[in-house]
Design a protein around this ligand. Structure first.
Ligand code: ADP
Ligand code: MG
Length: 291
């Protein structure tokens, strides 16, 4: 039988038993320490034990302080694991952060507004965020950065593209498992839907998206980006009534961020001399509803 499966020695089953432990019993306990740490799932303490104990001794920590120090190492490691697992589940297409966002490059964005969104109060409230703007201005970057903030605050997040999401719902309708798919996309506290409006949608996509938005309404948040102003969403969904119903719910408790300006990608290329500087200045502004 493996040592870790053996019952713990009587010395640790009662405090009086421990007090009565012979020096020989303590030596046995120390020998069993690795197994006990495994059994208690204290993997970080087990792996770093020598280093942690040396450091505790060097700092002359008393027993209670040393125990707190060991527990802190375990908690930090478990939190790190939870975070990296949640980031994986969220399915972000790449790593982008708010620290990595150059606000000077996109003067139409109010940095204070984005920093306020980074507190994720809107996620706690079940509000939505709509990011509008032409290609390359940082919509996906901001979606990933805000999504990561939400994950690090403990919210469940799922990132998807409009094409992937609506393709899945259309398939669900065809295969008779729409309900399961709607439930799946309703689960995360924050659903990020990237790139609405880039590609033409199937005729029934608007109805299906409406069903999802209705289900999430005032429960979970949606962070959605589009290259088309909301006035054009009836064209995007191919149905004025459905588009109005979607926007009604989406914009009811929402923050709309409209980005005007040049593509960051092209700006980089222009800097490297690949393109000549634009003579016309910035791209045409995108009107937006809501505030
Ligand atoms: P969009 O989704 O609006 O088409 P992206 O977010 O994909 O644009 O941006 C294109 C690329 O440029 C990405 O690699 C992104 O990280 C980068 N980028 C865009 N805007 C900025 C910015 N203001 N600061 C730093 N990087 C940016
Ligand atoms: Mg994008």
């Amino acid at each position: 039988m493996a040592r870790s499966k053996q019952p713990l020695p009587a010395a640790v089953t009662t405090t009086s038993g421990f007090a009565a432990a012979e020096p020989g019993d303590v030596a046995q306990l120390v020998e069993d320490l690795d197994g006990m740490l495994s059994r208690l799932r204290l993997g970080a303490i087990r792996e770093q034990l020598d280093g942690l104990l040396e450091e505790a001794a060097r700092r002359q920590l008393n027993l209670r302080e040393a125990l707190a120090w060991l527990c802190a190492a375990e908690v930090a490691s478990k939190e790190q694991r939870r975070l990296s697992m949640a980031m994986t589940i969220a399915h972000f297409p790449f790593v982008r952060t708010l620290e990595g966002f150059e606000f000077e490059a996109q003067p139409s964005i109010d940095p204070a507004k984005i920093r306020d969104l980074a507190t994720c109060r809107w996620v706690a409230n079940g509000d939505n965020v709509v990011l509008l703007g032409p290609p390359g201005v940082g919509k996906t970057h901001l979606e990933v950065a805000l999504g990561r903030e939400a994950v690090s605050r403990g919210y469940t997040v799922q990132f998807t593209t409009a094409m992937e999401l609506l393709g899945s719902l259309v398939k669900g309708q065809q295969q008779g498992n729409l309900e399961m798919r709607l439930a799946q996309y309703s689960k995360p506290k924050l659903l990020v839907v990237d790139e609405l409006g880039y590609l033409p949608l199937e005729p029934q996509a608007g109805h299906l998206f409406f069903q999802l938005i209705s289900r999430r309404y005032e429960q979970g948040s949606v962070l959605i980006s589009s290259n088309r102003p909301v006035e054009e969403w009836d064209e995007v969904f191919g149905d004025q009534v459905v588009a109005a119903a979607i926007l009604d719910r989406l914009l009811h408790h929402s923050h709309v961020v409209t980005i005007r300006g040049d593509s960051y990608r092209l700006r980089e290329k222009r800097r490297s001399g690949l393109f000549r500087p634009q003579t016309g200045g910035t791209s045409p502004p995108i009107p937006a509803k809501g505030g």
